[in-house]
Design a protein around this ligand. Structure first.
Ligand SMILES: C[S@@+](CC[C@H](N)C(=O)[O-])C[C@H]1O[C@@H](n2cnc3c(N)ncnc32)[C@H](O)[C@@H]1O
Length: 283
């Protein structure tokens, strides 16, 4: 049962300043969630493509993934491209990294806000997905500067992030859950309207040809298969320890009651849907 998964306390994993405000867990349940989320977002948001930006990768090119997590995007792309292309995944946590992978892949512990100096103009393509739960406003600025530095001129960056609405219009329980989510993000200095912010930050950093593709995915349908509703439900469950640790919700029971009431509102609202964007730009 996917939504029965209970992640460990994400706030106890803080080890350095860039880890201190990361609000999602790094456990077995999160590995499963991230891998299923990869399939869903690739299929529903990116029309089945791992690279949505108009980048053409060829022999000898280098790909970087920032905040790689389980490395599922990188390992899937490596299966599609020639073995002469090299792939580097970085993350502040090494716990989710895959244990077996081909020799043209590497997984390294780095923060995207502080990439190695020798990486200047090394990569042809950078992918960064779902850093909304990891980067503060200042860190987004630094991260984009670092990504811009390590891209070759003409190289592409693609980012995938969700829209967290300022108002939901679904019902009082959904509104309350999203209010708690927005407060959790802002308590940790994170940026809930990052899709809009990227539209401003990317050109400011020096990126050109900034483009955005947005898809609204229904969360109405219940089903046995992993779908967008299951993903959203699991996402909130993964955030529960953070919501309790920061006292935004007082108890397990308060969280479960709110979750069940919110899902009932989703059952009663056929148009319930949440949007995701892929934002891509060139150096
Ligand atoms: C929600 S997960 C997404 C993982 C992967 N991008 C995916 O879509 O499957 C976010 C990842 O970003 C990592 N992260 C958070 N802050 C980071 C930073 N400053 N630099 C690099 N990675 C970071 C987290 O450790 C986590 O693995």
């Amino acid at each position: 049962m996917l939504h029965g998964a209970r992640p460990s306390n994400p706030l106890s994993q803080a080890q350095s300043s860039s880890q201190a405000h990361y609000i999602l867990p790094s456990d077995d349940s999160e590995v499963q969630r991230l891998n299923l989320q990869n399939q869903l977002l690739t299929r529903e948001l990116c029309n089945g493509k791992l690279i949505y930006a108009p980048a053409e990768l060829t022999h000898g090119d280098k790909v970087l993934e920032s905040g790689t997590g389980t490395g599922i995007w990188l390992t899937s792309l490596a299966e599609e491209l020639p073995p002469t292309v090299s792939f580097t995944g970085i993350d502040i946590h090494t716990r989710l990294f895959p244990s077996h992978f081909p020799s043209n892949l590497s997984f390294l512990r780095h923060s995207v806000t502080d990439l190695p100096l020798e990486w200047t103009e090394r990569f042809n393509f950078v992918n960064q997905r779902l850093l909304i739960g990891g980067l503060t406003a200042q860190e987004w600025t630094k991260a984009l500067q670092e990504v811009h530095r390590v891209l070759v001129p003409g190289g592409w960056l693609q980012c995938i992030e969700p829209h967290i609405p300022a108002k939901t219009d679904i019902g009082p329980y959904t509104e309350r859950m999203f209010e708690v989510l927005r407060k959790l993000l802002s308590k940790n200095g994170l940026v809930y309207d990052i899709v809009d912010e990227l539209g401003r930050l990317l050109p400011e950093t020096g990126f050109v040809d900034v483009r955005k593709h947005t898809v609204s995915l229904s969360a109405h349908k219940r089903g046995d298969e992993f779908n967008h509703r299951t993903l959203m439900e699991w996402f909130f469950t993964a955030l529960k320890p953070g919501m309790l640790a920061t006292k935004l919700l007082q108890s397990d029971e308060e969280f479960e009651d709110l979750m069940q009431s919110m899902l009932k509102e989703w059952d009663e609202t056929p148009e319930v849907a949440w949007s995701w964007s892929i934002i891509y730009a060139q150096k």
